[in-house]
Design a protein. Structure first.
Length: 291
C-alpha cells in the first residue's frame, strides 16, 4: 500500500505517450514547453507555405494544360518574381526567429546595460539602453499550464494526506501563494526559473512525505522501536533529514541550488528504498533511534 501511494504521488502527475498519439505529450519541464511552443510556431508558417505552394502548382497545372495552351510561353526569366520569392522567405525567417532573439537580446541588454540611475554623463547611454530594452522586450509570458496543473494536483494529494511538510498551511494556501508568485513575474525566464524551483521543492516534499509514511509503517510493525527512542520518533526523523541536508551543503560547496536539490532527492529515495527493503534492520533506523 505504501509503495502504491509513493508511485501515485511521484509518477502519476507525469504524462506519458499514448498509442497512435498525435502531437507531443504534456511538458513536464519549462524547457520542453519551450520546445513545444517553438514547434507550434514553426508549424504554423510551414502550413502557410504548403498551402501557398500547392495553390501555385494547382493553378499552373490548370491554366497551362496542353489542351488550354498548346503553344507554351517562352518566358525564362522574371525579375519581379525572383525578387519576391527571395524577400518573402527572409521575412518568414525573421518572424520565426524573432521570439528567440527577443529573449537573447534581453539577456544581452541586462549584461551590457545594467540598471543604474541616470546621470548627466550617462543619460545618452541610458536612453540607448532603454531603446534596446524596448526593442528586445520578450513576448507575453507563456504559461506552462500542464506543469502548473501537475503541481496543484500534487499539493492537493499532500494536503489530503495531512502531510507535515506543507509548513502547516491551510488547504489551498500553499498553492495559492505559489500561483500568486507565478502571476507576478515580469519576464519569461523568471517564470521558468520560479516554476522549476517550485517543482523541485515539491518533489523534495513528496519524497520526505513518502519516507515518513514508510518510517511510520516500520514503527507500526515494530512497536519496540518507538519505546527505545530517546524522544518522539517523528521529531527525530525531521531532525535527521535536516542534518543530512546540512551535511550535503557542507560536502558540496559551490554547487548550484538545483544540483543540491537533485542530490537531496536521490538521498531521500535511498532512504525510502532501504526502509522498504530492510525494515527495522535498516541502517537509517539505527541512526534515527540510536539502536
Amino acid at each position: 500500500m505504501i509503495v502504491l501511494k509513493w508511485l501515485f504521488l511521484t509518477i502519476s502527475p507525469c504524462d506519458a505517450a499514448e498509442p497512435w498519439q498525435l502531437g507531443s505529450q504534456d511538458a513536464a519541464t519549462p524547457i520542453m514547453q519551450g520546445i513545444i511552443d517553438l514547434h507550434h510556431d514553426i508549424f504554423f508558417f510551414l502550413i502557410l507555405i504548403l498551402v501557398f505552394v500547392l495553390w501555385i502548382l494547382v493553378r499552373a497545372l490548370w491554366h497551362f494544360h496542353y489542351k488550354k495552351n498548346a503553344i507554351p510561353q517562352r518566358i525564362v526569366h522574371g525579375t519581379t518574381i525572383e525578387i519576391l520569392w527571395t524577400i518573402f522567405p527572409c521575412f518568414i525567417s525573421i518572424f520565426i526567429v524573432e521570439p528567440s532573439f527577443a529573449l537573447a537580446l534581453d539577456d544581452a541588454a541586462e549584461a551590457l546595460f545594467p540598471n543604474t540611475a541616470p546621470t548627466p554623463s550617462n543619460t545618452s547611454s541610458s536612453e540607448d539602453s532603454f531603446g534596446l530594452r524596448v526593442l528586445s522586450e520578450p513576448w507575453p509570458i507563456t504559461r506552462n499550464l500542464g506543469l502548473e496543473s501537475s503541481i496543484c494536483n500534487r499539493i492537493r494529494l499532500l494536503e489530503a494526506a495531512n502531510s507535515p511538510f506543507l509548513l502547516g498551511k491551510e488547504k489551498g494556501q500553499y498553492w495559492g501563494e505559489i500561483q500568486e508568485c507565478l502571476y507576478n513575474v515580469s519576464e519569461q525566464r523568471e517564470y521558468y526559473r520560479l516554476l522549476d524551483f517550485e517543482n523541485r521543492d515539491l518533489q523534495i516534499r513528496e519524497r520526505k512525505h513518502s519516507c515518513l509514511e514508510v518510517f511510520r509503517g516500520v514503527l507500526l510493525r515494530n512497536p519496540y522501536l518507538e519505546e527505545r527512542a530517546a524522544y518522539s520518533p517523528q521529531e527525530a526523523f525531521f531532525d535527521f533529514l535536516n542534518e543530512r541536508r546540512d551535511a550535503l551543503d557542507i560536502s558540496n560547496p559551490g554547487s548550484s541550488p538545483a544540483e543540491m536539490d537533485r542530490l537531496e532527492i536521490l538521498f531521500l529515495g535511498e532512504i525510502e528504498r532501504d526502509l522498504l527493503r530492510r525494515g527495522d534492520e535498516s541502517l537509517y533506523i539505527k541512526q534515527l533511534l540510536g539502536d
